[in-house]
Structure formats: C-alpha cells, structure tokens
Design a protein around this ligand. Sequence first.
Ligand code: BGC
Length: 435
Amino acid sequence: MSFPQDFLWGSASAAFQVEGAYNEDGKGLGIWDALAEGHIRLNATGNVACDHYHRYKEDVAIMKELGLKSYRFSISWPRVVPEEGVINEKGIAFYKDLVKELTDAGIEPMVTLFHWNLPMWMHEKGGWLNPQVADYFEEYAKVVVDVLSDKVKYWMTINEPQLFAGAGYVDGGHAPFLKMPAMFGKITRNIMFAHGKAVKVIRERAKLAPMVGMAPTGSAVIPKSDSPEDLEKARFETYEGDGPNGNAWWADPICLGIIPEGLRNDISKEDLRIIHQPLDFYGFNIYTAQNFWTQDPKVNPELYDGMPRTGFDWAIKPESIYYAAKFHYERYGLPVIITENGMSNPDFVMMDGKVHDPQRIDYIHRYLLQLKRAVEEGVKVIGYQYWSIMDNMEWTEGYERRFGLVHVDFKTQKRTIKDSGYFYAEVIKANGENL
Ligand code: BGC
C-alpha cells in the first residue's frame, strides 16, 4: 500500500509570516507587530512580509498550478478581534475570500486558529498567563467557525505550543520576550484549556463535519537499530526525553487524558475534562530528529562537523519522519498529518531567471521516502504540508531563512516557482509513486 488516493498533498504558511497589511482594514496589533523591535535580524518587521493580504489571488493561482490538494494557513486573531469584544468584519472578509479562492481552485483549506501572534489587548491582560485567555480564545474561535465552516473542514487549534510557550515565556527568544520559567506549568495548562475549548466550539458549531487536530512540534529520536530494546529506548526518549518541550508533556493530556508528573500541580482532573477532547488526527511539525537539535557533540556523540545540514544549520535526518509518524500513530491511535516539514536554503534567482534548489529537492525526496515507508507499513498518514509555500518572515530571523517552494523577491514581491516547487508538483501528480 502506498499513499492513499485522497492524500492531502499541501503546503503551509502562517498569517504573521506572509500577510503583511499589519494595520490595514481595522487589524489590531499583535505581540509580533508591537513588541518585536530590537529582537529581529536587521530590524525586519512583518509589516509587509509577502503582502499575501493583497496578493492572495496570485498566490492561490500558483498553488493551483503546482497542483496542491491542500493549503494550511492561520487566521490572525488580532485581525479578526482587534480589540476586546470588537469583531472586524473586513478582517473576516479577507479570510472568507481566501477560503473561496482556495475551494474554487479545488484546494482544501486547513485552518490554524493560533500561530503565535497574540493580540496586544490579550497580552495586556496577561496573555497566556491569564486563565481567562481560554474564554477569549473560545469567543474568537466561535467567530471564525461560524463564518468559515461552510467551506473549511480541517481545523488545527494551536501551532507548536511548546515553542511559543518556551521561547515566549521561558527563554525570552520570541514574543512577548519574557523570562518566567516558574510560570511554565500554568501557561501549559492555559494553552491546553484554550485548545480544548476551541475543539468543543468547532464540534458544536461547524457546518461541515469537521476534522480537528493540533499542530505541535513532533519530532522523534531515531533508534540505533530496530531491535525491540532500541525501539523502546527511542520511544521513551521521544516522549519523555525533552521534559516540558517533549511530546508527552503536550500530547498525553490532550490525546490520552494523562497528566505528566511535572504538570500535576497545574492541571486538575476537572481541567482534563475540557483538555482531553476527542481529535480526528494527530498533526505535527517536524524538521529534524529530536536529539539533533543540539549542536553539542558532548550531548549527542552522533554529531560531527560537516554533517548534512540545512541553511538554518538543522541536521538533515529523514528517518525522523518515519519514526515520528510510527510512534505517534502507535501511541495516540490517530491518523497522522504532517502539518510542517521543510528546509531553509540561501536561494536566489539565478542568471537564467530560475531558482535552482537541488538541496531542497533532495530533502523533500528523502523525507517523503521515509514517510512512504511508514505508510507502507500500515501507519495511517493522511496528509503532508510542506513548510512553506513561499519564502516568508522567519520570526526573529527576518527574511534570511528561505523555506519556500516559491521564491519571493522582498523588494518587488515577485514570485518565482523554485525547482523544488516543480518537483513537488510532479510528486503530487504521481501521488508519490515516482519517489
Ligand atoms: C513554525 C513556523 C516556522 C518554521 C521554521 C515552525 O517552528 O511553526 O512558523 O517558520 O517552524 O522555523
């Protein structure tokens, strides 16, 4: 058995990273709009980004040309709810238009409700430290679900909670740039509570029968061999190895209703009733193996100088996607969607007017072969969203890190489909049989 016929071959983006139009048509400011000054490479901003807000028709036409079956994007909470209690009809209209453009092009829209750009008004009320955040998120989810669920079936509540909680509130590397490690348990609880409430809202109000999940980071440790002992060891490290950044910390309460040791003081049994909602798929973002994020050979002796790495220095570890899909499917029992996978590369338009990116073609090829291996062994994988459809605003790294299938010239906003975009189009056409 290979990839199923209705496999969701897609690509992904996030509102702050592509939309621009940061203060247009009634949009409110988010923490990445208002607090990031001084934290971003070369003082870049997301004010214009890829100008997708104005160019979405051109962008959807490119997606159609590539034959994408799905497009994962996020809704900007501050665009929809610019101030407490205020709903911005123009912001909503943008997403309705985008969704219509996608469905008219035969592309399945996959909506993420929260991809990090928290509204400033919510931040001023304490942001994710304030338990009320879950109620505000619930209200926002209602607005979005009511207007989009006649055409949107796939929903992801929250993108990479471990990343924005850890970087945003523990090490201060991401907005809102705070360092409050002692609050991590409370923040975890509030994020999970918001997730649970949003899942309930989607189930109760969606017009199309919904498919609901999340998009946490979801890497795995690659076992030394496939012996039962090595598999067990890798599984254990995959779930428990990274503590508060690990898979179990975030997914066990949500998917299994189990509270990890470290969260027992923060999550109550009552809370679990909201947090532990049935889900339809297990979405996860994956770039490298869990034990290869470190650059320190003392921590991981398998590291060596000069090993294959992406433009971001992330180790290229294709087997990680196989083991992650397998482990998560076995542990959580849900069909899997790869909600992000991809690599950055210093791409530019070459003398022939094209963007040749053989490294990315090779990366995608290797990772997809490993995903295919999982599918052939019976792991139910229903979609793969390449990160990202186009080069975009890479948070504190600004515009330096190009992940796109489509090159964006940030001076002119000209789009150029990269060789990898054409390669991916062939893969989609052949449903992965050409890999
Ligand atoms: C995030 C994206 C980001 C990508 C590459 C993920 O952590 O969800 O927003 O651009 O990885 O760094």
